[in-house]
Every structure is written in structure tokens, then in C-alpha cells.
Write a protein that binds this ligand. Structure first.
Ligand code: ADP
Ligand code: MG
Length: 502
């Protein structure tokens, strides 16, 4: 029997070997995912700091066929010098592990894009960044995949003068891709991003040299998401253990009050009583059994308020309408935002809109014009498996005088600190009953408004048709009746018609 060989691999090595789970299955998908991941990092860097985003994406084809150079520049917060190497050269390193709504969450996407470039071209990535001071920093780096470490090339990080106090980040690297086959998805991605971000300037120069521009139509920004503590309904034993390790609280009452979202002193008392744990007990004296008991009690106790939504950043019906009007020019559009709620301790909000007519085309037979978004990211793949399509198919639309073959587009936006994606590729959302319920009612509310618009419109058309007939025949009737009565035409038809029209 041969000997088994055992070894450990680094996170970078794991994702190198399994890159398809992060959306890097083939050159076409990789081209799309690279753009998406870099744009999302740029947008996060703007929005978490209340900056109106301006993002330039430039993709040029190199000398060798199938090799492209991507360059993304933003006006975001920039990366402090000391974090630049790890932020772009160490898998599972990032600033988004806190409880707050962001697009990124694993510390993975941007680096996977860079790693993909590296393994297909053996090139390095160039990073230029500044947080807005008198210096900007520039470096070239590669990822040491086996050790999951950044390798700084050519003299490390250089400081360059920044006389205009430019703030932002520029990323540039080469990769092997396939733009022509990824093109339609990439253009869809930009257009759909422009819908959900009417406050962003986006520019994309394609390898064909075409300049696509999406210009902001408003200076209003959604609120900046705040960081919150974990909600007790969403914690597990490991998290409680970590919190105990870190806490300075001397008693359980204090520990529970200061470490969890929505737990005040009274609730803490009540909870500990419910869990049969002494409020004065030192948290460090909890046994493993006690911790399990506490976590189970947290799951069963129903006195907590649901998580508040300050950690979320939905865009709101006004901006949603603006974005849809700007990009699609429908005849009408209705949008709603549902109240914040939660699933398994994770807060979420559903927003939805229904647009009709004008620039909205009827869907292809058997399909639905559905625009899905999660944390402001358009989801372009795997619509068939997504919870919102299931919801749409389950609604009895004829009650709303809607037929899915009409020129209607549906929009759904879910924001949460934890979007229940089914895969790391972040393309479709799992069937969580609480989320499905919110989507259903959001759509129904919009549909009710559309119904009354359509009914009103039908009524108006009927009246206009009747008026048209009146306009045509009334003067003649007036004339004949006057003649019959043997009088001069004395009836003022115009006045009568004006009255009816009013
Ligand atoms: P994630 O976005 O999931 O955190 P990434 O690998 O995409 O993981 O990015 C890692 C980290 O690098 C981010 O958390 C962020 O702190 C930083 N970063 C990446 N791109 C930018 C950018 N354009 N501007 C500012 N910071 C950035
Ligand atoms: Mg990212």
C-alpha cells in the first residue's frame, strides 16, 4: 500500500483550486466577475463614507489575443498605506467583517480577480491609492498563493506627491478573458447598476473603444450603514465564546447588556432568568454547558425587539423610481419599501417596484422582466432559482388586472447584513419564508397601484372615445334639431362639449 501524503493548504490555495465557487469558472464568466468585483469594491469604498461614487472602468485588449488589461479608478475612501498589501494580496483580509451592509463580505472578491489575473498571465497588480492627504501610494504586488501573503515587487510601496489631494483607488492588471462573449452580461451589469444607483457616475470604455456613460441624476445618497452588535437571535456558541474572551464585564448582566443588539438591562435580567443563569456570575466562569444553555435560551426567548435597521442602507422608493425612470423611461413606475424585519436574527428590508409601458418592453414568451438586486448588486445569473421569481409566479396577477405578457418590469431589492445567497458566487437568493413574504407584499402593493392606474387609463380612453363620437355628431344633431324646430342654429355646441370634457 502506498503512503498517504498529508498537507495543509492556505486559503489562497483553496480558492485557487476552487475558483469556480467565487464565479471564476471560465474566461467569459471571469471577465464579468472581475469587473463586478472591482466595481463593487469601489462602490463600497464610496458609500460607506457618504461619497457620491464616480467609477471609471477601462478594459483594453492586449497584444496577445484574449489577454486584457483592466483598470478601475474610483473616488472612494482610499486604503491606508499599511493595509494596501494585505487588502489586495491576502485572501480573506478586509474591512467588511463587521455587521453593516456592504457588497463585499468575505474579504475575497477583489483578490480573486487579482489572483485570476496572476494565474492566467503571471503578471502583477498595480495599486495606487490615497486617503486624500498630500501623498499617494503606489505598488506592484503579487499573491504568494501557497502562503496566502502579498509579495511586494520592485521596491515596495512608493510615496508619490499628491498636490491635488486626490482621494481614491486605482487598480490595474492583466488577465485572460473573453470580452466578446461576456459583453452582453457586462453591459447589463452596468445598466442595472445605474438603475439602483441613480446617484453614481459610472463610465466604461470597452475593448472596442466604445464609451458607455451612466450619469448621476441626483445628489441624494442613501443613509450610511452603521455598525451594530450581533442580535441574540442570530448568535451561536462560537460567537459567545469569542465575546467572553474579549469582554471586560464582571457579571453576566453586564455582559449580555453590552455585547448584544437590542438587549437592555430589563431584557437581560429576564433572559438570564429564563436561561437559569445567575446575573452576577462572572462570564469567564461559564462552563461549555452554560454557554450552550445561554445560546439555546436566546433562540427560544421571545422578548427581544427585532434588530433595528440602522446598519442597513436601502435606497428608498424615491431613488428607486429615479433610477428606473432614468434608465428605462417607463410610462409609470410604482415603488415601495417594506418595514425592516429579520430572519434568524439578521435584519433585512425589501424594496420593490413595478414599471409599466413606455420604454419597458413585453417579456419574451414565458419569461418575466425581473431585475433582482441584493445590497445594491444586480444579480444577473440563475434567475430561475431565485426566491423572487418563485414569488412572482405564485401571485394571482389577474386580480390586479395584470397579465405577465404585458410590458411590465419587476424590480426587487433586498438589503441585509447577511444576504442568504445560495452560493459564494452571489447570484441567487435562497427561499427564506420571511423574505418571500416581504417580496410578495411589496409586489402586491405596487400591483395595486398599477391596477388603479390601468383602470383609470382604460376609463379615460373610454371617455375620450365617447367624447370623440360626441364631437363628431353633436354639431350635426344640433343643426338638424334646429332646422326641425325651424330655428337658426342657436345651440352653442362648443360650450357644451367643453363642459362635458371638464
Ligand atoms: P471584500 O470586498 O469582500 O472585503 P475584497 O478582496 O474585494 O474583499 O477587498 C478587500 C478589502 O480591500 C476591502 O474590505 C476593503 O477594505 C479594501 N478595498 C478593496 N478595494 C477597495 C477600493 N477600491 N477602495 C478602498 N478600499 C478597497
Ligand atoms: Mg470586494
Amino acid at each position: 500500500m502506498s503512503k498517504e501524503v498529508y498537507e495543509a493548504i492556505s486559503p489562497a490555495d483553496f480558492f485557487y483550486r476552487n475558483r469556480e465557487i467565487a464565479g471564476f469558472d471560465n474566461p467569459v464568466r471571469a471577465t464579468y466577475t472581475i469587473i463586478r468585483e472591482l466595481v463593487e469594491n469601489s462602490l463600497d469604498a464610496c458609500e460607506t463614507h457618504g461619497i457620491s461614487p464616480t467609477v471609471y472602468v477601462n478594459l483594453i485588449e492586449g497584444e496577445r489575443q484574449g489577454v486584457y488589461r483592466i483598470r478601475v479608478e474610483d473616488n472612494g475612501c482610499g486604503v491606508p498605506k499599511e493595509y494596501i498589501p494585505s487588502a489586495f494580496g491576502q485572501i480573506l483580509f478586509g474591512s467588511k467583517y463587521v455587521l453593516r451592509q456592504t457588497r463585499g463580505m468575505f474579504g475575497l472578491g477583489g483578490k480573486m480577480a487579482i489572483l485570476y489575473g496572476q494565474i492566467t498571465t503571471h503578471g502583477s497588480v498595480k495599486v495606487i491609492s490615497s486617503t486624500g492627504g498630500p501623498v499617494k501610494y503606489q505598488c506592484d504586488l503579487m499573491i504568494d498563493i501557497q502562503h496566502n501573503k502579498p509579495i511586494l515587487m520592485r521596491g515596495g510601496i512608493k510615496s508619490l506627491p499628491n498636490p491635488v489631494y486626490w482621494r481614491g483607488t486605482i487598480i490595474e492588471f492583466d488577465f485572460e478573458g473573453d470580452y466578446s462573449r461576456a459583453k452582453s452580461k457586462i453591459l447589463d451589469y452596468f445598466k442595472q447598476t445605474a438603475i439602483i444607483l441613480p446617484y453614481a457616475n459610472l463610465a466604461f470604455i470597452s475593448p472596442e473603444g466604445i464609451y458607455y456613460r451612466f450619469i448621476r441624476v441626483t445628489d441624494d445618497l442613501p443613509n450610511i450603514p452603521k455598525e451594530i452588535l450581533p442580535h441574540p437571535k442570530g448568535v451561536d456558541v462560537e460567537l459567545v465564546k469569542r465575546l467572553i474572551k474579549r469582554t471586560r464585564a464582571e457579571g453576566m448582566l453586564e455582559f449580555v447588556t453590552y455585547n448584544f443588539h437590542r438587549v437592555g438591562r430589563n431584557t437581560a435580567y429576564d433572559l438570564l432568568n429564563f436561561a437559569k443563569i445567575d446575573p452576577k456570575k462572572d462570564p469567564r466562569d461559564l462552563t461549555s454547558d452554560d454557554i450552550v444553555k445561554l445560546v439555546n435560551a436566546m433562540k427560544r426567548y421571545d422578548g427581544f425587539l427585532p434588530p433595528d435597521a440602522s446598519c442597513l442602507s436601502p435606497i428608498g422608493p424615491k431613488l428607486l423610481v429615479k433610477g428606473i425612470e432614468k434608465e428605462l423611461k417607463p410610462e409609470v413606475v410604482y415603488a415601495v419599501q417594506r418595514k425592516p424585519t429579520s430572519y434568524s436574527g439578521h435584519p433585512f428590508i425589501v424594496e420593490a417596484a413595478v414599471a409599466y409601458g413606455g420604454g419597458v418592453q413585453p417579456p419574451k414568451p414565458g419569461e418575466v422582466n425581473l431585475y433582482r438586486y441584493a445590497n445594491k448588486i444586480p444579480l444577473l445569473y440563475d434567475a430561475a432559482s431565485d426566491v423572487s421569481l418563485k414569488v412572482i409566479k405564485s401571485i394571482k396577477w389577474n386580480r390586479y388586472k395584470i397579465d405577465l405578457e404585458m410590458p411590465i418590469a419587476f424590480f426587487v431589492h433586498i438589503v441585509s447584513t447577511k444576504i442568504p445567497y445560495k452560493t459564494v458566487g452571489k447570484e441567487f437568493i435562497a427561499d427564506i419564508p420571511e423574505i418571500a413574504y416581504e417580496i410578495e407584499w411589496a409586489f402586491k402593493t405596487c400591483a395595486r397601484k398599477l391596477k388603479s392606474y390601468l383602470t383609470g387609463k382604460a376609463r379615460k380612453i373610454a371617455i375620450e372615445r365617447r367624447l370623440g363620437i360626441l364631437e363628431k355628431y353633436l354639431p350635426k344633431i344640433a343643426q338638424f334639431s334646429s332646422e326641425l324646430a325651424g330655428r337658426n342654429n342657436s345651440i352653442n355646441v362648443e360650450r357644451l362639449l367643453a363642459k362635458v370634457k371638464r
